[in-house]
Design a binder for this molecule. Structure first.
Ligand SMILES: C[S@@+](CC[C@H](N)C(=O)[O-])C[C@H]1O[C@@H](n2cnc3c(N)ncnc32)[C@H](O)[C@@H]1O
Ligand code: SF4
Length: 478
């Protein structure tokens, strides 16, 4: 491994022992390039209008006989009372109740239409409400859809039923309603506790003191709580962001996510407003990441993948230890809860064994397409046999930091040489990463080493034959 040019060093007390984490900042300039996040393979920008509603219907039927057998359901709620300037999600301000009512009516129709193609013996192991802000709409919409799901599908007794919530709209009554609906996991979008940072990004703070919100959630049986943070926003520094993470640690949520701010003003025009202020550079961002990571790990959280942390008794930790971690557009999951994802609502993406199907982005177009055609799919991607193999390798690297070539050959019933020719792989292809101490690559397996965790997207990119990174295609990898 070449000698580091400069180092960002970080010292922290972990239990009784002093640990030192070093990251070679020359690696930052070498590897911090635009690249996909690989929430899906191929990434969503490869989806094309070449897939039709008929393809979707065929794949829905086919999915009944493919793995994973379980069903994950996703509902997209594209409404927020106010828009945050940093936001990368598909959402809009809602001001007319009629619009929300028509939207949920269309979602119910879409759910009904899709359920007709699914085998009733398959079990729902996961429901995810995302957005936008699902907890900003009237709770009767949530109750109605949850009831519809229960009438159309059989639920596994331990199904995860999660909702992304903005604490600015959460009060005691809402917590009660969420629990009544069967929600058992809540992800609270904190982003930062610092009021100045929140003002800069045009975001309201939590309605109730956040400790009270957590107390209420737990009292109503919503035991699994996640906090979302974003680092790299204007106004954030290592010290200020660390204070927010320290505050979070005191509240002991089960999971904490620290997302790297994705600045994509060519897609999200409102982000341009943030350019009037200093947006932290890669080195400042990695300092925030390392500082938060050292605080979290020193307080007993385990790092999961690139941006998630979980308490040791959380099932994500045991899944990581046994290399059983999975990921979909909704986040990390274990093999027990992973299902093929059937998604409803505008812009939502169904992730089936054989392909991806995305609905139209505009709310109005979505409602109109559902009313006239019954489906709102606009673009997608059907994976070839080779791409299924590549997806498996990329997922394993991104989730478990490990790809076992023997196991993958066996899973796809292909010889090792055939596998290597699909992947265009030889250990030599990862020579640069190996020399930089990021991977151990052999003919049996690839293991991403701790130095490589921060650059796992770059390592996955080696296996992506379609990759072509234009100026404004992806956010940077760090
Ligand atoms: C649908 S949003 C959150 C739900 C809710 N509307 C809220 O704001 O609390 C899901 C998460 O995506 C993350 N996010 C949104 N825009 C982002 C961006 N540009 N870069 C990185 N993370 C982002 C935020 O952490 C946010 O909590
Ligand atoms: S971050 Fe959440 S609340 Fe803010 S605009 Fe995006 S979806 Fe809405």
């Amino acid at each position: 491994m070449p000698a580091p040019k400069t180092e960002v060093s970080l010292h922290y007390k972990a239990a009784q022992q002093q640990s030192t984490m070093l990251i070679d900042t020359s690696l930052l300039s070498k590897y911090n390039k635009p690249g996909p996040r690989y929430t899906s393979y191929p990434p969503a920008n490869f989806f094309s209008a070449g897939t039709s509603a008929k393809d979707y219907e065929n794949q829905l039927k086919k999915s009944n006989n493919e793995d994973p057998r379980n069903i994950s359901l996703y509902v997209h709620v594209p409404f927020c009372p106010k828009l945050c300037h940093f936001c990368g999600c598909n959402t809009q301000i809602f001001n007319k109740e009629e619009q929300v009512k028509n939207y949920f009516k269309a979602v119910e129709t879409e759910i009904f239409n899709i359920a007709q193609h699914l085998d009733k013996s398959r079990k729902v192991t996961q429901v995810h409400w995302g957005g936008g802000t699902p907890n900003a709409v009237s709770m009767h919409y949530i109750h109605a859809i949850m009831e519809q799901f229960r009438s159309l599908f059989e639920f596994s007794p331990n199904a995860e039923i999660a909702m992304e919530c903005n604490p600015a709209y959460m009060d005691a009554n809402q917590v009660k309603e969420l629990a009544t609906s069967g929600i058992n996991r809540v992800s609270l979008g904190i982003q930062d506790f610092d009021s100045e940072v929140l003002r800069t990004i045009n975001r309201d703070p939590s309605l109730l003191p956040i400790e009270e919100t957590c107390h209420l959630l737990r009292r109503h049986g919503i035991q699994s709580i996640n906090f979302d943070f974003v680092y790299g926003l204007p106004g954030q520094t290592k010290e200020r962001f660390s204070r927010s993470i320290e505050q979070a640690i005191k509240l002991a949520p089960d999971r904490i996510v620290t997302f790297s701010y994705a600045h994509v003003p060519w897609v999200k025009k409102a982000q341009k407003i943030l350019e009037k202020q200093h947006i932290p550079e890669a080195e400042e961002k990695i300092e925030m990441l390392l500082a938060s990571e050292s605080l979290l790990t020193a307080h007993g959280y385990t790092a999961i993948g690139i941006d998630h942390y979980a308490k040791p008794d959380d099932e994500l930790c045991s899944a990581l230890a046994t290399k059983q971690l999975h990921r979909n557009f909704q986040g990390y999951c274990t093999r027990a809860t992973t299902g093929q994802v059937y998604a409803f609502g505008c812009s939502s993406i169904s992730q089936l064994a054989g392909g991806y199907f995305q609905n139209v982005k505009s709310t109005e177009e979505y409602i109109s397409k559902i009313q006239t055609e019954g489906y709102a799919t606009e673009r997608g991607y059907l994976l070839s046999k080779e791409e299924l193999v590549i997806r498996e390798v990329i997922n394993e690297i991104m989730c478990n930091h490990y790809a076992d070539f023997d196991a993958i050959s066996e899973k796809f019933a292909i010889g090792k040489q055939h596998l290597f020719s699909i992947l265009q792989y030889s250990p030599n292809h990862l020579k640069d990463f190996a020399e930089d101490g990021m991977v151990s690559a052999t003919e049996q397996s690839i293991e991403v080493l701790p130095q490589g965790y921060y650059f796992v997207r770059n390592i996955a990119m080696v296996f992506d034959p379609q990759l072509s990174v234009g100026e404004n295609t992806y956010s940077k990898t760090v």
